[in-house]
Design a protein around this ligand. Structure first.
Ligand code: NAD
Length: 267
């Protein structure tokens, strides 16, 4: 089995990365930064998101695991004190794979035939630096509403505990192949009207956002990445065909993870 380790880059994470690498090499496991079977991210959820984006091109063949060096992460859930145990598990045991859904986003720009395609583990958002976001929301080919406000967030089930949660979205179990749309401060009065509630769409529904003024520039975020994009004609969202694969060496049920992240961590 070939492995790669990514680090947040601070002293503690780099040290733990070096120890894990040494231990795994002692078990004759090989480092392969290009084609790893297992990626171990050391840092926090941000480090984990970076690692997943780096290896998005080989999701079918790579499994991920996260060690946290700060507070308990949602994806980075192994403690630094547990790394010896983790290394032995990696070296000696067949690990279980747990798969979670991802979000696919396609940006169609004016005068460009092919869309730009992105995958998100947590969410994709659309915002503006100045002024309100004004766009038509189309669900399954039918006009649903004209949105005016700070922006919209489309999240995956595992991302439902991240930005989506702060926007009042529901927490969704990742065994459900869905995407959730949440509003950021929509304008609602006698002139403008949006649904005002989060929407949860099944995997066979496609949703599109069409900016009313296509000459405007928008801020698009995809997990930790922010891009400024102009001349957008349509952005299309759906549940991706690809899924992320987590290497599971012990049970850590989703609702326990939610409890430990947001209520209290008793480990
Ligand atoms: P960051 O370092 O500011 O991380 C933000 C926080 O989000 C961290 O505490 C991290 O542990 C947590 N987080 C990330 N994914 C999570 C998940 N799936 N469930 C629960 N908590 C999660 O920013 P970053 O490292 O660049 O990470 C980008 C992520 O930050 C985005 O994907 C977005 O979800 C999140 N974010 C949240 C808010 C908010 O809650 N208001 C605002 C912007 C971005």
């Amino acid at each position: 089995m070939k492995f790669a380790i990514t680090s947040k880059g601070d002293h503690k994470s780099d040290m733990i990365k070096a120890i894990i690498e040494q231990y795994l090499s002692d078990f004759d496991l090989e480092v392969d930064l290009d084609q790893p079977d297992l990626v171990i991210s050391v840092g926090g959820d941000g480090t984990f998101l970076h690692a997943v984006h780096h290896y998005f091109h080989r999701l079918k063949n790579t499994a991920f695991i996260g060690v946290h060096t700060g507070h308990l992460g949602f994806y980075a859930d192994w403690l630094p004190e547990e790394i010896e145990k983790l290394v032995i598990e990696i070296a000696k045991k067949e690990y279980k794979i747990v798969e979670y859904p991802l979000l696919e986003m396609k940006i169609y720009r004016k005068n460009e035939a092919k869309p730009e395609r992105y995958l998100a583990l947590n969410e994709a958002t659309i915002k503006k630096v100045e002024g309100s976001v004004v766009l038509d929301v189309i669900i399954k080919g039918e006009h649903f509403e004209r949105f005016r406000g700070d922006g919209l967030c489309v999240s995956t089930p595992s991302g439902s505990t991240a930005y989506n949660k702060a926007l009042g979205g529901a927490i969704i179990h990742p065994s459900l192949s869905t995407m959730q749309i949440t509003e950021m401060s929509s304008i609602n009065n006698r002139v403008y009207r949006t649904i005002g509630s989060p929407l949860i769409l099944p995997s066979h529904h496609v949703c599109q956002f069409k900016p009313v003024d296509q000459s405007q520039s928008f801020l698009i975020t995809i997990d930790h990445v922010t891009k400024s994009v102009d001349h957008i004609s349509t952005i299309e969202y759906s549940v991706a065909e690809e899924r992320i694969r987590f290497a599971r060496f012990r049970p850590f049920p989703f609702w326990k993870r939610v409890h430990d992240s947001f209520i209290s961590d008793q480990r």
